[in-house]
Write a protein that binds this ligand. Structure first.
Ligand SMILES: [Zn+2]
Length: 273
C-alpha cells in the first residue's frame, strides 16, 4: 500500500481519494457508506528497495534505506538544520535537485492556524494530506533551508502541528487567512528583514496574488469519539466508510492513518451496505 492519492477537483472544490495497493487503484469516494475490510497480511516491503522488513521506518522504509537515504534524513523534518554546507549531506546531488529549489511557506487551517513549508510543486497535495480545509501560500523562498529558517520565525507565533483528533472531528472554525498573513508578516518583519539581508532581497518574496484555497472532504458523518486503528495491533480492520480526510479513512469503527502503513501488504474488500 502507498499513501492515499488525493486530488482536488477544481469544479467542486472537493478532495478525490484513490487507494493505491500494488498495481490496483481504487476510487474511494464512491465507497462512502459501504462496508470495507482491510486485512494486513503481516508482510511489509520497503517502498524504496522492495526488500521485506519486519518493521517500517520513516513511512515505509527498511532500516538500511531509512538510515542511508537523503530523503529520510532528519533535515527533511527540520530543514533549518540542512547540513549540505558542512559537507555531510547523505547525497549532495539529491540535495541539489530537491532542496536547492523554490519552496513555499504557507498558512493552513487543519485544526486551527498552522504554518508549513512545501516544495513549490507540491501544492495542494501537502494541504490535502494534512486535512486542511483552508490554505494560503504566503512566501516564495529560494531553498529548503531558507524556508525552514522562515518557518522557525513563524513557529514563535503559530503552531506547525495539526491536532489530528480535532481535524477528524470536523471541529474546525473558518479563519481569515489573508488577515492572519498580513498580521504575521507585519509582526515578523524584523526577522524576515534579517534573513533577506543574509540571503539576498529576492530570496524571500511575499506572495500576495494567490487567493486562499477552500477544500471540502467527502465525509458522511464526523466521528464523535476518535478510536485510532492500527494494523500492527489489529491486522483485520472492518467497518462502514464514513469519510475521508487527510490521509485518514474514517470508519464507523474507528479511524486509520493509511500513510503510517505505507509498504504494508493489505488486502482490500468492499461490499454494499
Ligand atoms: Zn529498503
Amino acid at each position: 500500500m502507498r499513501k492515499l492519492d488525493i486530488r482536488l477537483s477544481a469544479e467542486s472544490g472537493r478532495a478525490d481519494y484513490t487507494l493505491r495497493a500494488g498495481e490496483q487503484r481504487l476510487a474511494l469516494n464512491g465507497w462512502l457508506g459501504q462496508r470495507i475490510r482491510l486485512h494486513h497480511t503481516g508482510k511489509i516491503h520497503c517502498i524504496e528497495c522492495g526488500r521485506a522488513t519486519r518493521k517500517s521506518f520513516g513511512q515505509g522504509h527498511c532500516y538500511p534505506c531509512f538510515s542511508s537515504l537523503a530523503h529520510c534524513d532528519l533535515c527533511m523534518m527540520r530543514p533549518e538544520t540542512c547540513h549540505y554546507f558542512q559537507g555531510t549531506c547523505r547525497d549532495p546531488a539529491w540535495g541539489e535537485r530537491h532542496c536547492f529549489r523554490p519552496h513555499t511557506v504557507y498558512l493552513a487551517n487543519a485544526s486551527g492556524l498552522k504554518v508549513g513549508i512545501t516544495r513549490g510543486t507540491n501544492t495542494p497535495g501537502r494541504w490535502l494530506d494534512q486535512g486542511a480545509v483552508q490554505a494560503l501560500p504566503i512566501l516564495d523562498v529560494d531553498t529548503r533551508q531558507q524556508s525552514g529558517l522562515v518557518e522557525t520565525l513563524f513557529k514563535a507565533r503559530v503552531s506547525d502541528r495539526t491536532n489530528w483528533r480535532a481535524m477528524l472531528k470536523g471541529e474546525v472554525e473558518p479563519l481569515d487567512l489573508i488577515a492572519e498573513r498580513d498580521r504575521l508578516l507585519a509582526e515578523l518583519e524584523p526577522g524576515l528583514a534579517e534573513l533577506r539581508q543574509r540571503f539576498g532581497n529576492d530570496a524571500i518574496q511575499t506572495i500576495d496574488d494567490v487567493p486562499p484555497l477552500a477544500i471540502d472532504y467527502p465525509v458522511l458523518e464526523w466521528p464523535r469519539k476518535i478510536v485510532s486503528l492500527n494494523f500492527d495491533k489489529t491486522p483485520r480492520i472492518e467497518g462502514t466508510l464514513m469519510g475521508l480526510k487527510g490521509q485518514y479513512l474514517i470508519l464507523d469503527t474507528g479511524v486509520i492513518n493509511l500513510r503510517k502503513f505505507t509498504g504494508y501488504q493489505v488486502a482490500v474488500e468492499t461490499e454494499a451496505a
